[in-house]
Design a protein around this ligand. Structure first.
Ligand code: HEC
Ligand code: HEC
Length: 157
């Protein structure tokens, strides 16, 4: 439900929160001002090659990464709607997320996502990265991931 709090939870979980910004190859027009067609070109020319480098450095299996890796079916039907239901849904609450990252693999991925993917993508789009204090509505996990629907509490209080 509250994705911003997920980023906050990652922030608590990851040792160092923050990181450097700003060495991106800025496009001549800001992403937010681009038409849909310009966004397609920008994704092809800038986002895809840059993000592929980031993902491949984490895991060589991303050599074969393409638009569907992030956009799922949206890259097939041409809508490119985000977030993508084909990327694993993340837990919806901070509590559930902290439980989720007890799995070392989920923790490893989440740390990579937080440190590299979220930061690099926000830079490329020239939007603020989620920050609990300065950019509570900034770019976060929930721009790409959906969230699992919360089931009722398993233990009644
Ligand atoms: C690393 C993940 C990633 C990859 C790879 C990627 N995109 Fe995107 N794309 C995004 C994100 C994130 C957004 C912006 C969502 C938002 O506004 O929050 C986006 C937005 C878009 C949009 C704009 C959608 C709209 O509603 O205006 C288009 C079009 C698009 N991408 C096309 C592509 C194409 C074509 C490719 C392959 C060449 C591609 N994308 C590869 C992550 C990705
Ligand atoms: C720019 C888009 C984008 C952003 C932002 C993003 N992710 Fe991801 N994430 C992906 C993609 C794409 C994959 C799937 C890669 C694949 O196909 O294996 C993924 C995979 C994961 C996985 C592995 C899931 C599994 O299959 O085990 C985890 C965990 C994860 N992300 C957590 C996060 C967290 C936590 C955040 C925020 C701190 C975040 N992601 C931000 C795009 C994104």
């Amino acid at each position: 439900m509250n994705m911003k709090r997920i980023s906050m939870a990652v922030c608590l979980f990851v040792a160092a929160c923050g990181g450097e910004d700003g060495d991106s190859a800025a496009p001549p027009i800001a992403y937010e001002d681009m038409s849909f067609e310009q966004r397609v070109v920008f994704m092809n020319d800038v986002v895809m090659p840059e993000m592929k480098k980031v993902f491949v450095a984490f895991d060589p299996k991303f050599e074969t990464m393409d638009c569907t890796t992030c956009h799922g079916n949206g890259a097939i039907d041409g809508t490119y709607t985000m977030p993508s239901p084909q990327i694993e849904a993340l837990p919806a609450t901070e509590e559930a997320f902290l439980e989720y990252v007890k799995d070392p693999e989920k923790a490893r991925w989440s740390q990579f996502m937080f440190d590299e993917v979220m930061t690099r993508m926000a830079d490329l789009l020239e939007v603020a990265k989620f920050d609990h204090e300065t950019a509570p509505n900034g770019f976060s996990c929930s721009n790409c991931h959906t969230h699992t629907v919360e089931e009722g509490p398993s233990e009644a209080p």
